[in-house]
Design a protein around this ligand. Structure first.
Ligand code: NAD
Ligand code: GLY
Length: 358
C-alpha cells in the first residue's frame, strides 16, 4: 500500500492506495469518529461492495442509503434522500458518512456531510477510476443544476480517501476509459514526464496492468494533492485542474447529464482546448495530434457526434465557475505538459474551435 498525505494544516488527510484494502478494518475505522456510520452508495455498487465495507464496521451502528445510479440523479433531491436517511436513523453530529461509489456518489455524500447539522465527518471510498484519480481527493462536493454542471456545492474535505484498485475489476471498459481521461489530464496540465510515461504505456494500461494502474492513480493523486495543498479554494492554480472542463461541462449540460460520461466530455474538452491553444500560436498542430492520438488509444471520443446549436453551447459555457465578471476564462496549453489560465485568447479563435467541433 502507498500512502499520500494531502497537506492542509488541521484538515490534512491520508490517501491510501493499494489492493485488497477493503479487508483492512483498522485502515478505515481509525478515521471514524463517534459510533454512527451512514454508508452512501448506489444500486450498482451496493451489490458489489456494500457487504464488504459493512463487514469492517461490526463495532459501529451502521445504516445505509442506496441511491439511484446516474449523473442525472446528482441533484438536490437526491441529497435530500441522504438527509432523510440520516434523520430517520436519528444520526447526530458525531456521525460519519462513507461515500462508496464513483464521483457522483462521492460528490453528493460530501455535500450532504458538509451540510448535515452544519458539518459531519466523511470518508471517501472511490470505486471508479475517475473517482480514484480525481474526484475523491480535494474536497469539491456538490450537485448539478439544470442550468449548470456542479453549480451548487461546497468545499469540504474528507477524513481519509481509501482507494482499493481491486474495485476496478468490476468496472466496465467505457467507464475505465472515462477515468483515463482525467489521468491524461494530469499529464497534459503540468507533468510532461507523466505524459511521456502514459504515451509509452497506454496499451498496457488499457489492458489494465495493475502495477501501472497503481502508478497512474498514485501519480494523479500526488499531482492533485500538491495543487490542492497550494490552493484549496481555487483562487488561482487549482483552476488548472479544470483543463478541458469548461467545454466538457457545456457538452454535458447541452446534451443532458449522462449522455456523454463526464470523462468522455473531458476528453473532447481537452482536445478543444488544445486546438484553441494551437490557434493562439502556443502549441503546434503536431502537439494537438499527440493529444488526439493518446485519447483515441484510450478509446475516448475526440468529437461531438450529436447536434448542439452554437448558441446553446456558448450559453452553457458562460455558466461556469471560472467565469468572472461575465468573462469566460479558459485553461490553455503553453506547451505539451504546461497549462495556464487565460482570458486574453482571441474570441474569434474560440468561435472557430466551437464551430469546428459542433
Ligand atoms: P459515476 O459516479 O456515475 O460512476 C460511473 C458508473 O460506474 C456508475 O454507473 C457507477 O454506479 C458505476 N460504478 C462505480 N463503481 C463501480 C465498480 N467498482 N464496478 C462497477 N461499476 C461501478 O461517475 P464517475 O466517472 O465516477 O464520476 C463522475 C462524477 O464525478 C461527475 O459528476 C463529475 O462532475 C464528478 N467529478 C468531481 C470531481 C471533484 O473534484 N469533486 C472531479 C472530477 C469529476
Ligand atoms: N476536479 C477539479 C478540482 O478538483 O479542482
Amino acid at each position: 500500500m502507498k500512502t499520500l498525505n494531502l497537506d492542509l494544516g488541521d484538515k490534512s488527510y491520508p490517501i491510501y492506495i493499494g489492493q485488497d484494502l477493503l479487508t483492512q478494518t483498522d485502515l478505515l475505522t481509525q478515521h471514524i469518529k463517534g459510533k454512527q456510520v451512514m454508508i452512501v452508495t448506489n444500486t450498482t455498487v451496493a451489490p458489489l461492495y456494500l457487504a464488504k465495507v459493512k463487514a469492517l464496521l461490526t463495532l459501529f451502528t451502521v445504516a445505509e442509503v442506496i441511491l439511484l445510479d446516474g449523473e442525472q440523479y446528482k441533484t438536490l433531491d437526491t441529497v435530500n434522500e441522504i438527509f432523510t436517511a440520516l434523520l430517520t436513523a436519528r444520526f447526530d453530529r458525531s456521525c460519519t458518512l462513507i461515500a462508496l461509489g464513483g464521483g457522483v456518489v462521492g460528490d453528493m455524500t460530501g455535500f450532504a456531510a458538509a451540510s448535515y447539522q452544519r458539518g459531519v465527518n466523511f470518508i471517501q471510498i472511490p470505486t471508479t477510476l475517475l473517482s480514484q484519480v480525481d474526484s475523491s481527493v480535494g474536497g469539491k462536493t456538490g450537485v448539478n443544476h439544470p442550468l449548470g454542471k456542479n453549480m451548487i456545492g461546497a468545499f469540504y474535505q474528507p477524513k481519509c480517501v481509501l482507494i482499493d484498485v481491486d474495485t476496478l475489476d468490476t468496472l466496465d471498459d467505457r467507464q475505465y476509459s472515462a477515468g483515463m481521461a482525467e489521468v491524461i489530464k494530469y499529464g497534459l496540465l503540468g507533468n510532461v514526464d507523466f505524459l511521456i510515461d502514459l504515451q509509452q504505456n497506454i496499451d498496457d494500461l488499457m489492458h489494465r496492468d495493475k502495477g501501472l494502474i497503481i502508478k497512474a492513480v498514485h501519480q494523479s493523486c500526488t499531482d492533485k494533492a500538491n495543487i490542492v495543498a497550494q490552493d484549496e479554494l481555487e483562487s488561482g492554480k487549482r483552476a488548472l485542474l479544470n483543463f478541458g472542463h469548461t467545454f466538457a461541462h457545456a457538452i454535458e449540460n447541452t446534451l443532458g447529464y449522462g449522455t456523454y460520461l463526464h470523462g468522455e466530455a473531458v476528453a473532447v474538452g481537452m482536445l478543444m482546448a488544445a486546438e484553441l491553444s494551437a490557434l493562439e500560436g502556443f502549441i503546434a498542430s503536431s502537439d494537438v495530434q499527440q493529444v488526439k492520438d493518446l485519447l483515441q488509444k484510450t478509446q475516448l471520443p475526440v468529437s461531438i457526434n450529436s447536434k448542439i446549436s452554437y448558441q446553446d453551447f456558448v450559453d452553457a459555457m458562460s455558466v461556469d465557475k471560472k467565469v468572472i465578471d461575465g468573462e469566460v476564462r479558459l485553461v490553455l496549453m503553453k506547451k505539451l505538459g504546461q497549462t495556464f489560465i487565460s482570458k486574453d485568447y482571441q474570441k474569434n479563435d474560440l468561435q472557430q474551435v466551437i464551430k469546428d467541433f459542433l
